[in-house]
Design a protein around this ligand. Structure first.
Ligand code: ZN
Length: 111
């Protein structure tokens, strides 16, 4: 299916024709341009990547919860070291994912 991009807000519409009006910003049909096959593929890949980021973020959240319980348990220094590191690394990764997603959204990369 063809993809059309709103030249005002970057909204991506899928269909044979551009919509009469952009559902996001209200721009008229003339503001829409059809994406080339390569651009459309990039949008698909960006959506996939977005989904992977979100999936990873959910898993990291679980890592943070599990590790926090281990830190609380504090059985011995070896365990504490692993749980602390797991919690801190997962937290850093989650922040990186949030920042990356914000960049993509800011650029209007994702439809
Ligand atoms: Zn728009």
């Amino acid at each position: 299916m063809a993809k059309w991009k709103c030249g005002v807000c970057g909204y991506i519409h899928e269909g044979d024709e551009a919509p009469e009006q952009c559902p996001k910003c209200g721009a008229p049909k003339e503001k829409f341009a059809q994406l080339t096959a390569e651009e459309a593929e990039l949008v698909e890949r960006s959506r996939l990547s977005n989904g992977l980021h979100l999936q990873l973020s959910t898993l990291l959240e679980e890592v943070i919860c599990v590790a926090a319980r281990g830190v609380e348990d504090n059985l011995d220094p070896g365990c504490l070291k692993i749980f602390t590191q797991a919690r801190d690394c997962a937290w850093v990764l989650r922040q990186m994912i949030k920042a990356e997603i914000a960049t993509h959204v800011g650029k209007g990369k994702w439809g």
